[in-house]
Design a protein around this ligand. Structure first.
Ligand SMILES: Cc1ncc(COP(=O)(O)O)c(C=O)c1O
Length: 342
């Protein structure tokens, strides 16, 4: 068996329950492109978890979910406000700019979270035709720094967006981890907080592939089926994404996987913090641990455990736990860290 490391929750395999769901869906023919019973059932589950009136569309991946979700609520003369560290800004190869035609207005944040005071200065040119018009605030929940917006912080951002003629989009590649961290339902940190459009991720929580774009006001979704097809994200064998979401959302698997990953990150973080040469840089609020490890030790650690250096300038690394991380994995890693840095 290949070794589990802490590089990414995307490096994990597929949860056995998901494999079973895919296998079970692999029976006979059903109508392609989403007109099938699996998609109908999965859609109902989204409505159960996020509210009866949501419109939900499945796509292949997270970048596609973000880009197409944004495209459907913005015009190219408008701007998307995001954290400098946001996936849409640093990890999507300019796809949001290319496909929406919009400028991203980035905000520096120490912890990956956007706050109203940081956004307000970007609104001075509203109504001035020489300037892009802020149209959407997009945030990641949990953030790329492993931090989590509280319900109050979400509501404040949503209210601020709406008061200023903008919408709130959430990149929820790790929304499950955030809900577990806050001990809330999925609805409480989306629909109830005033979120307008959500990318809901399954891949990082045990699915093989597939994400969902969720609209909390159906009226905003009227053109989405065309946008999705033109954006090359209409899966023909949709049932295999739908069956995975059904497995994830029907029996509490989403919460189990995220609870485990978050707990593993807590243990990893607290064990790392005991190593005198290592300093955590962010509170561990979801399944990510961020820490400064002195530069000279990083190559030896990476020889045995693959992981990413997040900020080269300060030798900050990112370590991620996933649904399949074990306490033994952590113990072995910490032992190796201790012998390497001494
Ligand atoms: C915050 C965030 N958003 C979205 C994604 C989805 O990206 P992908 O297009 O690789 O599925 C990721 C994956 O790493 C992510 O970390």
């Amino acid at each position: 068996m290949s070794k589990r490391s802490f590089a990414s929750d995307n490096n994990a395999g597929v949860h056995p329950e998901i494999i079973e769901a895919i296998k079970a869906a692999n029976d006979g023919h059903v109508v392609a492109y989403g007109d099938d019973p699996f998609t109908e059932r999965a859609t109902k589950l989204f409505q159960k978890h996020f509210g009866r009136d949501v419109a939900v569309y499945f796509v292949f991946g997270g970048t596609g979910a973000n880009v197409l979700g944004l495209k459907s609520i913005i015009n190219s003369y408008q701007a998307v406000i995001c954290a400098e560290t946001a996936h849409v800004n640093v990890d999507e190869c300019g796809a949001p700019e290319k496909f929406t035609g919009c400028k991203l207005l980035t905000v520096q944040t120490p912890d990956g979270k956007l706050r109203v005071e940081q956004i307000r200065p970007l609104l001075h040119a509203i109504g001035v035709e020489h300037h892009v018009q802020p149209g959407v605030i997009t945030i990641s929940q949990a953030t790329e720094m492993g931090t989590v917006y509280t319900r109050k912080e979400l509501k404040t951002l949503a209210d601020f967006a709406h008061e200023n003629g903008m919408l709130l989009h959430v990149d929820g590649a790790r929304l499950a981890n955030a809900a577990v961290s806050l001990n809330t339902t999925l609805k409480e940190i989306t629909a109830d907080a005033g979120v307008d459009v959500l990318s809901f991720g399954g891949t990082k929580n045990g699915m093989m592939y597939g994400e969902a774009v969720v609209f909390f006001d159906k009226k905003r979704a009227t053109d989405f089926k065309y946008i999705r097809k033109q954006g090359m994200h209409l899966p023909s064998k949709m049932r295999f994404i739908s069956a995975q979401f059904e497995a994830l959302l029907s029996g509490g698997m989403w919460r189990r996987g995220a609870t485990h990953a978050n707990r593993m990150a807590q243990i990893l973080g607290s064990e790392l913090a005991k190593v005198p040469q290592i300093k955590l840089t962010q509170p561990v609020e979801s399944n990510g641990v961020f820490a400064v490890i002195p530069r000279k030790y990083v190559p030896s650690l990476q020889k045995k455990y693959f992981f990413y250096v997040w900020d080269e300038e300060i030798s900050e690394v990112r370590l991620m736990a996933s649904f399949d991380t074990t306490e033994d994995d952590i113990r072995d890693f910490i032992e190796f860290v201790r012998t390497t840095v001494k």
